[in-house]
Design a protein around this ligand. Structure first.
Ligand code: PMP
Length: 402
């Protein structure tokens, strides 16, 4: 075989470098928390999805150790063969209870849950309608399914309605897919309108609760609970890797949907079952979010405090209004500082790091516009938030940025 067959890879890497799209990994050298050690430096962590601070929580660690001692490190096979433990079922039932659905199914990651669910539900003769800002796992799941994909403008339910009016009749089944809290912008989908439209046009609706599970709703069930849509005909998907501090994904819905996925979802059938440690840790996390609503309350206190601090600073600042516009209206632990280009975003990210704050730049092609993405945790202290705002404003009001 000619070595030349691979030469395109290096050329491709060069293109990635030239476009400033090259990414490298950096190791966190400590337990997850509101502060972390990165490259030997202690940083306040505004980059994690561990919204409730559970990934370093002793109860989860103990549960993971106990499960590993009892069942070993790996599950050794697919859930349908040797990979199933009672622990998996306990977790699935706990998720179904949290979500108030008939049943739930646990996948080995959230990404695999989206891939396997979408591709099981629709195929070549079907239509998927997708929010433009949806997470990569929803978009990839849509592509893998082979269905026709149409995108609607972000959160624009009227646009969605128009697409359906023009196209719905040509397809056998239609699936609408959306993030609930959008992962890179932190805003919420307009779920009640989406549900109404799905019902009107006889469509399935899949809502990705990855960033909302444990965060939104009275019991932490997510955006569906927050909007009072519990019990509606919906397919709810989520991850065990963000507020739940573990690894894995889930789908919650009707008993027949879950039974169908167990029989038809390739990324569930043909992959090894979630490890005992991840399963036990996630189960403990589901219990904690129900037993300790004060964690969620503390996170929301931090979100509201940050909003207040930003507004106070904004009042004192006369320049850079373009950076400040979006700051008063975030509804989740995720908020963004939009910046004019990737170079500026990278520079601001580096300056934040030099000042002891970890909030890296997110830039194309991951997102359409460059930004600093800041995520809050229940375990952040007031002085963490104050430092973030002070440093951010001092960087953004510096004339060299922009
Ligand atoms: N959906 C959304 C909205 C996400 O943000 C993510 C993870 N970033 C996923 C799905 C995938 O979840 P996991 O990390 O468990 O694969």
């Amino acid at each position: 075989m000619s070595i030349d067959a691979y030469s395109w890879i290096e050329r491709s890497l060069e293109t990635i470098h030239r476009a400033d799209w090259y990414r490298s990994v950096k190791a966190i050298e400590s337990r997850p928390g509101s502060t972390v050690i990165l490259e030997g430096q202690e940083l306040i962590n505004f980059a994690s999805n561990d919204y409730l601070g559970l990934a370093g929580e002793q109860r989860l660690i103990d549960a993971a150790i106990a499960a590993t001692q009892k069942f070993g490190t790996g599950t050794t096979g697919s859930r349908l063969l040797t990979g199933h433990r009672h622990l998996h079922r306990e977790l699935e039932l706990a998720i179904a209870h949290l979500k108030q659905t008939e049943d739930a199914i646990v996948f080995s990651s959230g990404y695999l849950a989206n891939l396997g669910t979408i591709s099981a539900l629709v195929g070549r003769r079907d239509l998927i309608i997708s929010d433009r800002y949806n997470h990569s796992s929803l978009k990839t799941g849509a592509k893998v399914s082979g269905a026709t994909i149409l995108e609607y403008q972000h959160n624009d339910s009227e646009y969605l309605r128009e697409i359906l009016q023009q196209n719905r009749h040509q397809y056998r089944k239609t699936l609408i897919i959306t993030d609930s809290i959008f992962s890179m912008d932190g805003d919420l989908c307009c779920l009640p309108e989406l549900l109404e439209i799905a019902t009107e046009f006889n469509c399935m609706l899949l809502v990705d609760e990855a960033h909302a599970t444990g965060i939104l709703g009275k019991t932490g069930a997510g955006c569906v609970e927050y909007f009072g849509c519990t019990g509606q005909p919906l397919i709810q998907m989520g991850t065990l890797s963000k507020a739940l501090g573990s690894l894995g994904g889930y789908v919650a819905g009707s008993a027949s949907l879950i039974d169908f996925l167990r029989n038809r979802s390739p990324s569930w059938i043909y992959t090894t079952g979630l490890t005992p440690a991840d399963t036990a840790a996630a189960l403990e996390a589901v219990k904690i979010i129900q037993q300790q609503p004060q964690r969620r309350a503390q996170l929301w206190q931090n979100i509201n405090k940050l909003k207040q601090l930003l507004q106070e600073h904004q009042g004192k600042t006369t320049s850079r209004d373009n950076f400040l516009e979006s700051w008063s209206s975030f509804h989740s632990p995720i908020f963004c500082v939009h910046l004019p280009n990737a170079t500026t975003a990278l520079k601001v990210g580096q300056q934040l790091k030099a000042e002891g704050i970890f909030a890296p730049a997110i830039r194309p092609p991951t997102v359409s516009t460059s930004r600093i993405r800041i995520t809050l945790m229940a375990t952040h202290k007031l002085h963490h938030l104050q430092k973030l705002v002070d440093v951010l404003f001092s960087i953004l009001t510096n004339e060299e940025v922009g």
